[in-house]
Every structure is written in structure tokens, then in C-alpha cells.
Write a protein that binds this ligand. Structure first.
Ligand code: ZN
Length: 576
């Protein structure tokens, strides 16, 4: 595996990869551009092909081609490896078994998609249905909508003819088997919504009944390609906009997502036949810091919104809850009142605390009900900060039964809220900080001659002297120089800086070495390196003498060794 990684790194230039996203200009040995990881005013982002690395001197973002793909495409390492291997034309050994089956699955899915799309073209009833819902031909094309015919076995025939195993297609939730052993399509007389993962891979289908009938919606169950708790409908289209704005809009169904996108709210996504799960939230937090929840205003929708809001908050996401006019959803709103009404609904939001308080106030018209106050206290623990908590404490305290002194009621409620908060309340495990980018240019603790020798190993004329010196650990004394020597001793002799950095174990030594390698300087002449080595040798023997002297104060034998050493040194260095 590591051979394959090394080969991929040899074949792909970090500069080519970065340049696809960030315009780069040559600057000395490096290439420079605006950092894509922070709001960069001056080009502080450097790319170096010899090292195979990028580094932002302002926000500290740094890494190789794998980090680049992981960061910019928000994927895990395994995914980055697959992507880069494909680009480099390197076949991954452990993948040899898996993908052929996956490819067969993917090809069956595309086959089915084409079938559904053609069926929609051919079925007047389906087209009439689309017209009645204001689903235009542009929408059909953009969202690749299709139709699953009422007669059952056409899809099975096509899949079989194309050489697909119908058993496997059954695993993909495309067909099912009747008692006679015959296969029939799963989605019959339904408008089909293809479901893509965040990278745009077709992984499942959902179907809405055309006309009357139950169930209204059928969604793929989990299949080898699809896990419903990990996929959000529309994510592949919404991710750019979500990433740019830092906010995702969460709605309830396919048509809501489509309606939002049509209304210009291109950051809308939905869960599919399931409530928001932790994995969904993880997916969202990779792309944004804030979620606007736009669910139906009925009781079920409100309850779902409250639950989704808690999950998002626990993951450290900011939450706003949008208010839908009663009886409407984004789809009906778009059809009856147009795109502005949808945009307005998304702008009129409440914080989770306010949202819960308002629904409690509606639920408990009688403020003497103790249950109301218990729930209010719980709700206030969800406040974003002290300011918000204070504001609502103040508001509700005035309602406290028989209150004379609002300030006293407020203090009492405040105590209850603090108690609930320190009582290990679940909501408070929240606010896990998003991973902190390492801070910018870090100085290192190292003397001049130590630095010269470490740098010298990267130049052919001085490499030998440097490596000899680096082999003598006692010559080095600054903490960061020692860290570098130690991490170097964990590896063999090295070729170039990129391979060297790859071989070193993670840690301070590697970090310091990378900082040194980024410093652009002319290679030092051999004489300067030898000079630095002499200085280090002298310093080392002085340290040794001093150590002996310290101990000699209590030891006659050491005193004898010390005077011997001093005599030798005098003789050996007459110029001193
Ligand atoms: Zn940066």
C-alpha cells in the first residue's frame, strides 16, 4: 500500500492539483496564491513540488496531495486515495476484488435510471401529473426525474438483457421477486427521484405515487450502495452553495428540495423517508457551520424540527428554525406564492430556544402549570450564549405565577437553569469545537550551526558531511534540533525532501524539519558547513567539560580525568 501511495505521489504534482482550484504564480522556488482555507487578502499560500506539499503561512494549513483532496473535497483518506489513484493511473491492490462488483451495481443503477427517464417520456399520465404539480421539463431534466411504469416486469427484462444478475438488482432495491419466482419492478406507477451521494454517484431511487394510492412514497431501503442515514437528497447539487454560505437549509422531502432550489435557495437538502440521523449531521458539519431547519408547521413537523435542532446543536452546529405559514410547505409555497415567499420563509427564523419557548407557550396556556416551568428551564439550557439566556429569562420571569419581584423570579429561574446545565444535561455535551487549524509560522528553537547542518543534508555537495554529523547525537543540544535528529534516526538514509517527510514519524521533529525545508535559501558552500560542524564540536566538548567539572567537585577520579582532558585540549587547539 505505501508503495502505491509513493507511486501516486511521484505521478501527481501538487502544483498541478492545487492550480486547478487556486491560481498560482511562480515566486522564487515556490508557487504562491491566495489560501483557499481562510479569507486571504495577500497570497500566503505556498506550494512546493520538490517537497510535494502546500503550506499557508497565515492560517497554518499544510499537507500533501492527499490532505489537499481530503480538505478541498471533504472526503476521508480512503476516498482521496481512490480518487488520486485513478488520476495517477495506479491500480490499488486491495481494491482488486471490490470494485468489479461495485461497478456492476453502478451500471445496473444507470441502466434503471435511463429506463425510468424514457418511461416518463412515454407515459402521458405521468406527464399530466408533472404539469399539475408545476414540474416543468427543465426540472425533470435538472433532477433527472423518471417514471416507473405500472406494468411490472419491463425493468427486470431490460436489466437481465443487459447482463445484470436480477438477484443483485434485488439487493439494489430495483426489482423484487413474486411467489412464482418472477421479477418485477419495485417502483410501479410512480414518479421517480434519483438519489445521489454527495459526490454525485447514483445510489438509490425514491418514488412518489402518481394519483391516489398508498404508500405515498417508496424509498430504497439500505443497499450495498446506499445507507439512508448517510445520504441527504440534493447534497450533490447543494454542496457548493452550502460550503460558500456556511449554511445548509434542511427541508422534509424531494419536492421541497426542488422547490427551494427553483426559488434560488440552492443550499437545500432533505433526509429521505427517515428523520435526521447523527450521520446526516456529520455530513452537514463537514460542509457548514449553520443549519436552517424548514419543516412543516404541523405538530409532527414541529416535533421533528425540535429533534433535528438538538442533534445539530450537539454536533456544534448553529441552528435557526424557519417559520412556515400553517398548512404550507416549500413546494406549495412556491406554487401558490412564488419564489420570494420561499426566500422569506427561510429568512424569518428563530433560534432553537425561542422556537421551543413559543411552542411551550402555545402548549401550556396556563402559566401555573409546573410542567411548563420544567420545560422552560430545559429549553433555556439550549441558549447559544449568556446573552440569549438572559434575554429569555427576563421575558419568561414576568410570567411567573404570582410574581411581585420580576428580578427575584429571574434570579430563581436562572439558578434552576444553571443547575440543569451542570447536571450533565445532554445538550451541554455540545459545542465540540471544530478542529483548530494549526497557527501560522512557528519559530523553532535551534542554534545557527545546528540549522546549517540539518539543512545541509539536502544539498548533494554537503550531504555527506551533514549526514555524518547528524549521526553524532551529542553534537546537538537545542530542543528542536534534538527532535529533528531523533525523528531522522527513526528512518534510513533518504532521497529527496518529499520522501524524507513521508518517512518521518509525525511529531515535533518532522514539523521543525518541514519548516526548515520551506525556508528558501541558496545551498551552503561546503566550507560553511564544515565550519558550522567545527563550532558544534567545540561546543560539545565544552559541554562535556562543564559536566565533568560539575561532578568532579565531589569525585577525585573525575577531577583527574578533567585535568587530563584540559591538557589534551590545550595541546590540540593551540590557537585557542
Ligand atoms: Zn490559509
Amino acid at each position: 500500500m505505501s508503495d502505491e501511495i509513493a507511486e501516486i505521489k511521484r505521478r501527481i504534482s501538487i502544483r498541478d492539483l492545487v492550480a486547478e482550484r487556486v491560481p498560482l504564480k511562480k515566486a522564487g522556488r515556490d508557487w504562491k496564491g491566495l489560501c483557499p482555507f481562510h479569507d486571504d487578502k495577500n497570497p500566503s499560500f505556498n506550494v512546493n513540488d520538490q517537497m510535494g506539499r502546500y503550506r499557508c503561512w497565515s492560517c497554518g494549513a499544510t499537507g500533501d496531495i492527499f490532505n489537499w483532496v481530503m480538505e478541498t473535497q471533504k472526503v476521508e483518506f480512503a476516498e482521496a486515495l481512490t480518487l488520486l489513484a485513478a488520476r495517477a493511473g495506479v491500480t490499488l491492490s486491495k481494491e482488486n476484488k471490490g470494485p468489479s462488483r461495485r461497478e456492476a451495481f453502478e451500471s445496473a443503477m444507470s441502466e434503471a435510471l435511463v429506463f425510468f427517464q424514457r418511461s416518463l417520456e412515454a407515459e402521458p399520465a405521468a406527464k399530466i401529473y408533472c404539469e399539475s404539480r408545476n414540474i416543468t421539463s427543465e426540472v425533470i431534466a435538472a433532477w433527472q426525474l423518471g417514471y416507473g411504469p405500472g406494468v411490472g416486469d419491463a425493468l427486470a427484462h431490460i436489466l437481465k438483457k443487459a447482463g445484470h444478475s436480477l438477484q443483485e438488482c434485488r439487493d439494489l432495491f430495483l426489482v423484487d421477486q413474486d411467489q412464482g419466482g418472477g421479477f418485477f419492478g419495485r417502483f410501479r406507477d410512480r414518479l421517480i427521484f434519483p438519489i445521489h451521494d454527495e459526490r454525485g454517484g447514483l445510489v438509490a431511487f425514491g418514488g412518489r405515487i402518481i394519483g391516489a394510492g398508498i404508500p405515498k412514497y417508496i424509498n430504497s431501503s439500505d443497499t450495498p450502495l446506499y445507507s439512508k442515514s448517510k445520504v441527504l437528497y440534493g447534497m450533490h447539487k447543494a454542496k457548493e452553495s452550502i460550503s460558500k454560505s456556511g449554511t445548509a437549509v434542511l427541508v422534509e422531502g424531494y419536492l421541497d428540495v426542488i422547490a427551494c432550489h427553483r426559488a434560488g435557495v440552492t443550499s437545500a437538502v432533505a433526509t429521505l423517508g427517515t428523520s435526521l440521523a447523527e450521520d446526516h449531521v456529520k455530513l452537514l458539519s463537514r460542509w457548514c457551520q449553520e443549519v436552517v431547519i424548514l419543516y412543516d408547521s404541523d405538530a409532527a413537523g414541529q416535533k421533528a424540527a425540535e429533534k433535528a435542532s438538538r442533534l445539530c446543536q450537539e454536533a456544534g452546529l448553529r441552528v435557526r428554525i424557519a417559520l412556515m405559514p400553517p398548512g404550507d410547505d416549500p413546494d406549495t409555497l412556491l406554487r401558490t406564492q412564488g419564489p420570494l415567499a420561499v426566500q422569506r420563509a427561510i429568512e424569518q427564523t428563530q433560534t432553537p430556544v425561542e422556537f421551543i419557548l413559543r411552542s411551550l407557550q402555545a402548549k401550556y396556556p396556563d402559566r401555573r402549570d409546573q410542567a411548563y416551568w420544567d420545560e422552560v428551564v430545559q429549553a433555556l439550557t439550549l441558549a447559544r450564549n449568556d446573552l440569549e439566556r438572559e434575554r429569555f429569562l427576563h421575558e419568561v420571569a414576568a410570567d411567573y405565577p404570582g410574581v411581585r419581584d420580576v428580578a427575584a423570579a429571574k434570579r430563581a429561574l436562572g439558578r434552576m437553569v444553571r443547575q440543569a446545565m451542570t447536571g450533565g444535561d445532554k445538550a451541554l455535551r455540545s459545542s465540540s469545537q471544530t478542529s483548530v487549524v494549526p497557527s501560522g509560522k512557528r519559530a523553532y528553537d535551534m542554534s545557527g550551526p545546528e540549522r546549517v547542518l540539518i539543512r545541509a543534508m539536502n544539498s548533494p555537495t554537503t550531504k555527506k558531511v551533514a549526514l555524518d554529523a547528524l549521526g553524532q547525537a551529542k553534537l546537538f543540544y537545542s530542543s528542536d534540533a534534538i527532535a529533528v535528529i531523533e525523528s531522522l534516526s527513526a528512518t534510513g538514509t533518504t532521497q529527496g525532501p518529499a520522501e524524507l517527510l513521508d518517512q518521518l514519524p509525525q511529531g515535533r521533529g518532522r514539523e521543525v524539519l518541514e519548516l526548515l525545508l520551506w525556508e528558501e535559501e541558496e545551498p551552503l558552500p561546503l566550507a560553511a558547513v564544515e565550519d558550522a560542524l567545527k563550532r558544534l564540536q567545540r561546543l560539545a566538548s565544552e559541554r562535556e567539560l562543564k559536566a565533568l567539572g560539575d561532578r568532579a567537585a565531589t569525585d577525585d577520579e573525575l577531577l583527574r580525568q578533567l585535568s587530563e582532558k584540559l591538557r589534551q585540549q590545550k595541546g590540540g587547539n593551540p590557537e585557542d
